[in-house]
Design a protein around this ligand. Structure first.
Ligand SMILES: CCC(=O)SCCNC(=O)CCNC(=O)[C@H](O)C(C)(C)COP(=O)(O)OP(=O)(O)OC[C@H]1O[C@@H](n2cnc3c(N)ncnc32)[C@H](O)[C@@H]1OP(=O)(O)O
Length: 632
């Protein structure tokens, strides 16, 4: 039943160097490696040390050199602007080389950072690949973040250049990006020298003389730049992700291991071959967008679709079916929340009947837990394998998946199947001992992790060790709790930290609490993630007001809602809060957020033995009922 997969998996664990050296044949190297796995400085493991390559060459130039220059590399499908634009490999290579030249004109070279704050336009991908071409390090910031989040990334990454666009389009709303960038730079301690601004016709941005340059002017003044050889271990990008405090973590991705792992994953996990079209519906601001809109499909020589739209509303819940049929897509990848939205609007899949999906082979879901009802609905509707897989910003690609390209294993709903080749995954109990099959514990990856995973955090080796490696020496702590069953299937149940997952967006409740606590009327607060039938989870805030505050609670609630939107961004989807007299705590003063969440979700809970005053839980229940969380 799983002999083929077992053999590949076993080889990857018994002989990782041999396994990944073989996979590395899929990549063009300028200089070979001295060591496949460099384990001289644990727990900092490096892959392909001594080797040189260029990721942009591997994504673009080599396909042109191999005679595939006229194949379509990129389709920008944008229902919000009602346009579809195609770039051949040659055209994309040329556009990237020219924009790389524009960056060079601004002094950008190997190792310099470039922040990219852009909507889902081809220029976002062009800017990313241009950085890769020069050996510069890009850091893409998701457009739904507020200026303060962008500011913290600017201060940490210290970019020489920021690349932005005048606006993004959220269904039919124009979101002006440039004022958000201006505000972020205004707040930042570090000031980037140059901002390159793509002017979109729907909203012209005001340029600041001496700092801002129009994208078209920058490109017109540039000569194409060549690929710069970089070390396999040099950073390709930094991608910030929510940490347990308000300060985001700068996840670093290297060039060599990343290229090898992502190239390998396209065929072995997703079953996709060069020349095929691939659709990932996510955003270039997330790791899914980095890995599976940009790098993996291009490394493999596929056609990638950059979709500037939503699963519903652009124009309807048949949007994905249109894309799949119009561009003859054999497989796609998205977050379960997108399918929950489609199911809500078109429960019987009527819109699917308008389209020919005869070439469609598989749907991949990740970014949050796939709820079995949505997964089963998609299976019945599409009549193809629907494959849940589990990974994280830190890992860059799958930890557990059903490797369609090796061998489709039986699907167990609720499980992302088995650890992928390269991953030794264990469930550890609180004392660090392996848990028995079926027992819940901490899901941990045995070091060294496979290529493509993060080697460290930007400028913060100590935080990398403290956050991920210190709790269980010899292991990477995923901060996901779960179990592995007798068949080796992984089940991911919950986070073990304060991170919640809202519509596939990873957010820190601690970060939101910091914002609520900054309101002058708030004495104390808590934020929990509550089950939501569409977004998976949504944040709900509890506010204890300072003594003597007599302003209407509704006014204070609307102010804190606006504060979170202003400081973190609309992506936080923080819309609900309630004022309570007190928060439930242990006798040592720890807020019982887990118990509050169980009450909100209508789950059974045991009265915590250390609770200070059990009556407060009843008050929380009443407050939740007042805001629509009915007793279940
Ligand atoms: C495996 C590793 C990983 O987990 S990487 C992360 C993977 N996650 C994903 O791919 C995300 C999947 N989710 C989505 O694509 C969206 O949530 C989908 C399903 C399309 C729904 O989008 P939407 O209806 O906009 O809801 P939402 O909750 O995402 O948005 C909340 C508010 O934020 C806004 N927003 C969203 N994106 C942007 C953007 N790029 N620029 C500016 N604003 C943005 C939305 O408009 C929405 O605003 P509002 O509250 O309605 O005013």
């Amino acid at each position: 039943m799983s002999a083929k997969f077992d053999a590949v998996y076993r080889r990857s664990i018994e002989d990782p160097a041999g396994f990944w050296a073989e996979a590395a044949k899929g990549i063009d190297w300028i200089q070979p490696w001295e060591r496949v796995l460099d384990d001289r400085n644990p727990p900092f493991y490096r892959w392909f040390s001594g080797a040189k390559l260029n990721t942009c060459w591997n994504c673009l130039d080599r396909h042109v050199a191999a005679g595939r220059g006229e194949q379509i590399a990129l389709i920008h499908d944008s229902p919000v602007t009602q346009t579809v634009k195609r770039f051949s490999y040659r055209a994309l290579r040329d556009a990237v080389a020219r924009f790389a030249g524009a960056l060079v004109n601004q002094g950008v070279g190997k190792g310099d950072r470039v922040i990219i704050y852009m909507p889902m336009v081809p220029e976002a991908l062009i800017a990313m690949l241009a950085c890769a071409r020069l050996g510069a390090i890009h850091s893409v910031v998701f457009g739904g973040f507020a200026p303060k989040e962008l500011k913290s990334r600017i201060d940490d990454a210290k970019p020489k250049v920021v690349v932005t666009a005048s606006c993004g389009i959220e269904v039919s709303r124009i979101i002006a990006y440039k004022p958000l960038l201006d505000a972020a730079i205004e707040q930042a301690e570090y000031k980037p020298e140059t901002c390159i601004v793509l002017q979109r016709p729907m909203e012209e941005a005001k340029l600041i003389t001496g700092r801002d340059i129009d994208w078209n002017d920058a490109v017109a003044a540039a000569q194409p730049a060549d690929c710069v050889p970089v070390a396999a271990t040099d950073p390709l990008y930094i991608l910030y992700t929510s940490g347990t405090t308000g300060r985001p973590k700068g996840v670093v991705r290297d060039n060599g291991g990343h290229a090898v792992a992502l190239h390998w994953s396209m065929e072995n996990i997703y079953g996709i071959k060069p020349g095929e079209t691939w659709f990932t519906a996510s955003d270039v601001g997330w790791v899914v967008g980095h890995s599976y809109i940009v790098y993996a499909p291009l490394l493999k020589g596929c056609t990638t679709i950059l979709y500037e739209g939503k699963p519903v509303g652009t124009p309807d819940a048949g949007a994905f079916w249109r894309v799949l049929s119009e561009h003859k897509v054999p497989a796609m990848f998205t977050a379960p929340t997108a399918f929950r939205a489609i199911r809500r609007d078109d429960p019987n899949g009527e819109l699917l009947k308008k389209y020919d999906l005869s070439g469609f082979r598989a749907l991949f879901l990740a970014g949050e837990r796939s709820d079995p009802p949505t997964l089963e609905w998609a299976e019945q509707l599409l009549k193809v394998p629907v494959i849940d897989h589990w990974w994280q910003t830190e890992t860059g690609w799958s930890i557990a998946a059903n490797c369609l390209g090796i061998e489709l294993l039986p699907v167990k709903h609720g499980s992302p199947t088995r650890p992928v080749p390269g991953w030794t995954l264990q469930v550890l109990d609180e004392t660090g001992h392996p848990a028995a099959p079926g027992e819940i514990g901490n899901l941990c990856g045995k070091l060294p992790l496979p290529p493509g995973t993060f080697p460290t955090l930007w400028n913060d080796d100590a935080r990398f060790v403290d956050s991920y490696l210190a709790r269980f020496p010899g292991y990477y702590q995923t901060s996901d709790a779960g179990l592995i069953d007798e068949d080796g299937y992984v089940y991911v149940m919950a986070r073990t930290d304060d991170i919640i997952n809202v519509a596939g967006h990873r957010l820190s409740t601690g970060g939101m609490e910091e914002v609520l606590a900054s309101h002058p009327d708030v004495a104390e607060c808590a934020v929990i993630g509550v089950h939501d039938s569409l977004k998976g989870q949504v944040p709900v805030g509890f506010l204890v007001l300072k003594a003597g505050v007599d302003r209407p609670s509704a006014k204070i609630v609307s102010e804190v809602v606006q504060l979170v939107r202003d400081r973190i961004g609309p992506v936080a989807a923080f819309k609900t809060a309630t004022v309570v007299a007190r928060l439930p705590k242990t006798r040592s003063g720890k807020i019982l957020r887990g118990t509050m969440q169980k009450i909100a979700d209508g789950q059974e809970y045991a009265m915590p033995a250390t609770i200070d005053d059990p009556a407060i839980l009843g008050e929380i229940d009443d407050a939740l009922q007042d805001i629509g969380y009915a007793k279940k």
